[in-house]
Ligand binder design. Structure first.
Ligand code: ADP
Length: 550
């Protein structure tokens, strides 16, 4: 029997039209720095401007069909407008990661065949530095004031440069959004490419719509019209965890950081704009915690922060909970997964240490993320919370291949499942516990050491701000852990003390022999510990290593 239901396609334009009308009073606030008032725009205005942008792209810039419109932007109102307008008109939004190396930026813009780049004026120098290499780009749209000379110079005759305000001025504020195939691409995002070239993931209208329904649910981020979302996680990375679409859909207001991502302005934003929720990678919250401890600020509006992108140290969760009354919710995901994979809320009825044990995990998967653990031969292992293997996932918002590869690469896909490259366990009730990324696990003798476990233990020491552990070659064991440690301002600690601290918390044989105190941990383009650079630094003799075997 066929259903009697309407075959309405799931489209980004529905999110746009709904948010614009039903939640027209919700607002997007864009931070403008210490000396300027934040910019405010209602969702009604965002909707009107989205229609104007679509007219400008189609009528003035000639964008048709599924041509790619890229953004090189911070988190701000105009980026939200591009998020909504570009897919809704049938074109494909490509969020360029502004922290990539210029060669990588050029690689992905050419690979995606971007036609237009919308750029924040503060990023003109970055774009001007590569524009001559972006061979498919015909138009640049500049948001904000600033000298566009360098863009004209670099783009030459091939590229027309426009200003956002002039382009949108006088355009109709309604657009006849087309009916699309829900499986067509709506947005493109490239993985940050820690190894090899970045790989493209093309989200569909359907996958974005379904993901946007799940993100605000009570089991995930728990957002609604009464929420104010501080979106710290960048819109150029993994679609800002789906927050822009989800917030627009349910009428949650958004506070956007623009380029002010340091702890001091974030604390100021929280005081001034009273968000109820925030999302970012652990390093941002580590900095924020140290800042708040030294410079008290009223952060009482925040009920929950979601931390994900890399493992959240339990010590960070406890510190926010105990010192600021803020619940840290741990979450896991990846670009290939739209990116939401799992969220760590404790099962009903638990409290105290029992609940904490669940909150430390990477979280529980929702219905649309089917997860399993596989062994070295690709065999499925039991979901018993004990068997350790690679996590594989499948579902309607998980990619089935990388863009332009002509099919699933067996190194990353396996019988219709995505191989996440993450190693861990899955419990019968759907909680994932990751021990490490497969490439970061330290293989010492016949045993595996989790770099994350050592890091989490070390970051529990009061003198330690950050700790990053990597495997380094060892004559006797093949590989052994090297612990690099950033000491908190004003604190002091010795290697012996840290070794003893670890001995009380981990197996004796896992305690590293090699130690280095460093100024800061190198970070990737999205603020994660850059273990590749640290390993290279060690191999190149750049670290001052204390070797306790000597
Ligand atoms: P990149 O691979 O360039 O960092 P992604 O942001 O897509 O780009 O990263 C996804 C990966 O980040 C996951 O496969 C996992 O290794 C790691 N990750 C994300 N969230 C967590 C978490 N809560 N705990 C541990 N690792 C995480």
């Amino acid at each position: 029997m066929r259903s009697t239901m309407m075959p309405t396609p799931l489209q980004v334009s529905r999110i746009l039209q709904h948010g614009r009308s039903v939640h027209s009073a919700a607002e997007v606030v864009t931070w403008a720095g210490p000396d300027a008032a934040p910019r405010r725009m209602s969702y009604g205005e965002v909707g009107r401007k989205s229609a104007q942008l679509a007219h400008a792209l189609r009528d003035d810039l000639g964008i048709t069909g599924d041509e790619r419109v890229a953004t090189l932007m911070w988190n701000n109102a105009e980026h939200l407008i591009a998020y909504l307008a570009v897919p809704s008109m049938g074109a494909v939004l490509h969020t360029l990661n502004l922290r990539l190396f210029p060669e990588q930026l050029a690689y992905i813009a050419n690979h995606a065949e971007d036609r237009v780049v919308i750029v924040d004026s503060t990023l003109i120098p970055l774009l001007a530095g590569v524009l001559d290499k972006l061979s498919t780009v015909r138009h640049v749209v500049v948001v904000g004031d600033g000298d566009v000379g360098p863009l004209r110079h670099s783009g030459g005759d091939r590229v027309a440069v426009h200003r956002w305000d002039e382009l949108l001025a006088g355009k109709p504020d309604q657009f006849d959004w087309p009916v699309l195939d829900e499986n067509d691409a709506a947005a493109l995002c490239y993985t940050s490419g820690t190894t090899g070239n970045p790989k493209g993931v093309a989200y569909s209208h359907r996958s974005i719509y379904l993901h946007s329904l799940q993100v605000p649910s009570a089991e995930m981020f728990s957002l609604g019209p009464h929420s104010r979302v501080l979106a710290i996680v960048p819109m150029f990375h993994a679609m800002a965890w789906g927050l822009p679409y989800a917030a627009f859909m349910v009428g949650a207001s958004i506070v956007m950081t623009d380029r002010f991502l340091q702890a001091a302005p974030i604390a100021a934003m929280i005081e001034a704009e009273r968000p109820t929720f925030a999302g970012a990678v652990p390093t941002i919250f580590t900095d924020l915690l140290a800042h708040l401890d030294a410079n008290p600020a009223d952060v009482s509006s925040i009920r929950e922060v979601v931390i994900g992108g890399s493992a959240c140290p339990p010590s960070l969760m406890h510190a926010f909970d105990e010192r600021y009354g803020i619940q840290v919710i741990h979450a896991w995901g990846m670009t290939e997964m739209s990116p939401l994979g799992s969220v760590a809320r404790a099962p009903a009825g638990l409290s105290g240490p029992e609940a904490w044990a669940y909150r430390y995990t990477q979280g529980r998967v929702p219905a649309s993320v089917d997860a399993r653990i596989v062994g070295p031969m690709g065999e499925s292992l039991p979901a018993d919370g004990k068997a350790v293997g690679e996590v594989e996932v499948r579902g309607p918002w998980i990619t089935n291949e990388y863009l332009g590869e002509g099919g699933p690469d067996p190194a990353k896909f396996h019988d219709g499942w995505l191989r996440t490259g993450d190693v861990g366990t899955l419990s019968a009730d759907g909680y994932i516990v990751l021990s490490d990324r497969a490439k970061d696990v330290i293989k010492s003798g016949g045993e595996w050491i989790s770099s994350v476990e050592l890091e989490n233990a070390l970051m529990g020491h009061p003198a330690v701000l950050e700790a990053c552990v990597v495997g380094v070659p060892d004559d006797k064991w093949g590989e052994r852990p090297l612990a690099t440690v950033v000491v908190r301002d004003g604190a002091a600690v010795t290697v012996d003390e840290l070794r003893r601290f670890l001995e009380d918390r981990t197996a004796h044989w896992q305690v590293p022999e090699r130690w280095a105190f460093i100024e800061q941990v190198p970070k990737t383009s999205v603020g994660k510990f850059d273990k590749k650079r640290l390993r290279a630094g060690y191999a190149g003799g750049e670290l001052e290593v204390v070797d306790t075997r000597e």
